[in-house]
Design a protein around this ligand. Structure first.
Ligand SMILES: NC(=O)c1ccc[n+]([C@@H]2O[C@H](COP(=O)([O-])OP(=O)(O)OC[C@H]3O[C@@H](n4cnc5c(N)ncnc54)[C@H](OP(=O)(O)O)[C@@H]3O)[C@@H](O)[C@H]2O)c1
Length: 179
């Protein structure tokens, strides 16, 4: 199983403001849906509570929370990331997606194999940020640039980064946080 972080990020790394996305980019939402459909999506409790329409359809929604929260049937809650990733691996998942927010991206930064970032050309003041990473650890794999258009008010680029030093168990077995 590989683990992929997927996020939309402003140049100052902002990903959210007041528990909301600071932009509306339908093309990015479509891209996100296409990549994550059929997979497990792992998110923090705040991101879960900010989902406008409840669980993301056609995906297994996995929430990380230290509290006892009520969720609809089919949605899973784990007390920590290790337990969640272990469980997801045991379901036979090939690619698990970390879908935010800031706390969860930060907590998984050392174990993700891949980052799929939508780099949004916008100046925003955020209160939640994507973690910094060392260039030495990552290489850019693909970059796909799109100008603003009628429906998408900001230019954006879909960028994939791969970890240079592969997790030794990526794709084979899952040993959580044993990187
Ligand atoms: N641009 C993007 O792509 C994107 C994607 C997702 C989210 N966002 C934005 O990110 C912001 C939310 O991020 P956030 O950092 O405030 O919240 P978050 O990461 O979504 O959720 C934080 C919560 O997750 C739980 N948690 C975090 N780490 C944990 C751990 N190690 N073990 C157990 N539980 C843990 C805790 O829940 P409990 O308090 O219940 O214990 C914590 O309060 C929002 O503005 C949202 O819009 C942006």
């Amino acid at each position: 199983m590989i683990v992929t972080s997927i996020a939309a990020v402003a140049p100052n790394r902002a990903i959210g403001k007041n528990n909301k996305l600071p932009w509306h980019l339908p093309a990015d939402l479509r891209f996100f849906r296409k990549l994550t459909t059929g997979h497990h999506v792992i998110m923090g409790r705040k991101t879960w509570q900010a989902l406008p329409n409840g669980p993301l359809p056609n995906r297994v929604n996995v929430i990380i929370s230290r509290s006892a929260i009520e969720v609809p049937e089919g949605v899973l809650v784990f007390k920590n990331l290790e337990l969640a990733l272990e469980w997801v691996f045991r379901q036979g998942e090939t690619e698990a997606f970390i879908i935010g927010g800031a706390q969860i991206y930060q907590a998984t930064m050392n174990i993700v194999d891949k980052m799929v970032l939508t780099e949004v050309d916008i100046e925003v003041e955020g209160d939640a940020f994507f973690p910094e990473w060392r260039d030495i650890d990552w290489e850019e794999d693909t970059r796909d640039a799109h100008p603003a258009d009628e429906k998408n008010p900001h230019a954006y680029q879909f960028v994939t980064y791969l970890r240079k030093k592969k997790r030794r168990d990526a794709g084979r077995a899952w040993r959580p946080f044993d990187y």
